[in-house]
Design a protein. Structure first.
Length: 278
């Protein structure tokens, strides 16, 4: 028997409530769900403390202050076109911009080849190191070139730059997909990728600083929950804070629903069972 439930809804919750009640009733659940925001639920997926902050970086980016598991203040979350600084989209766009700019300045098209440097990255074999300490030949450049162009090799640097720009304009999610390649290149020592990672982490922590007061900081979104250089850089910048990681959001919603029926100590003790599973 279902005695309590909660639905996490982005945007205008009041408009969704009647539709959710119908969906619940269609499955034989008479008690309609309590509607909560998706941001507080993401926070609850990482912490049982009622007050704290959420720092999210996935395709988008946001920071939020949470008070009693309700949204109290938010920073960024303004969309990929003009904001979401430090998000996966932003990281990918910075990588593509760097390569397009280099091509516009005459970088040879041959630099876009996914040669032995890329093979070394995927095989786990250490890649050769250049005189400046970075990966010789520009690993990030090669990965961005392959991501957009595959085996295609335009005749001139300008033609290659134009082609990458057109492909990015046709499907902006191709930029977000570059984020993982930036992380891979940074982990392999590419200086350009490492610079983007540092800048992304700095932007994210600065965004958090606009709302964070006290309590734990929960990291959410694929960029910050996956082990990688951006997550590591953010955690390093948050030394002195209690940093936690969001887990299962559906479990967090169930826990918030159950919390109303449990004593506070009992609810906290069960938090991990709901959000992390057995």
């Amino acid at each position: 028997r279902v005695v309590a439930s909660m639905a996490g809804v982005a945007g205008y919750r009041e408009a969704m409530a009647p539709e959710l009640a119908k969906a619940w009733a269609a499955h034989g659940i008479a008690e309609e769900p309590r509607c909560g925001g998706d941001v507080p639920i993401a926070y609850a997926a990482g912490s049982p403390e009622p007050d704290g902050s959420l720092l999210l970086s996935g395709t988008g980016a946001a920071a939020a202050r949470i008070v009693d598991f309700e949204l109290d203040a938010v920073a960024d979350a303004l969309g990929w076109l003009l904001a979401d600084t430090g998000s996966g989209f932003w990281i990918g766009r910075e990588a593509a911009k760097a390569v397009v700019d280099a091509l516009d300045r005459g970088l040879p098209v041959a630099a876009l080849r996914h040669d032995s440097l890329g093979e070394a990255l995927y095989s786990g074999t250490p890649a050769p190191v250049g005189a400046g300490g970075g990966i010789a030949g520009g690993l990030l450049t090669a990965l961005v070139g392959e991501h957009f162009l595959g085996a295609e090799r335009p005749a001139t640097p300008r033609a290659a730059a134009n082609r990458i720009v057109r492909l990015a304009q046709a499907d902006h999610m191709r930029l977000a997909a570059l984020s993982s390649l930036v992380s891979q290149a940074a982990a392999a020592g590419d200086p350009a990728a490492a610079g983007i990672v540092r800048e992304a982490a700095g932007h994210l922590v600065a965004t958090l600083g606009r709302v964070h007061v006290s309590g734990p900081v929960v990291l959410a979104g694929s960029v910050l929950t996956s082990d990688g250089p951006v997550r590591q850089a953010v955690i390093e910048l948050l030394k002195g804070e209690t940093v936690m990681t969001a887990h299962d959001a559906a479990g967090a919603a169930a826990w918030l629903a159950a919390r109303d029926l449990l004593p506070e100590a009992g609810a906290k003790a069960l938090h991990a069972s709901f959000t992390k599973g057995p």
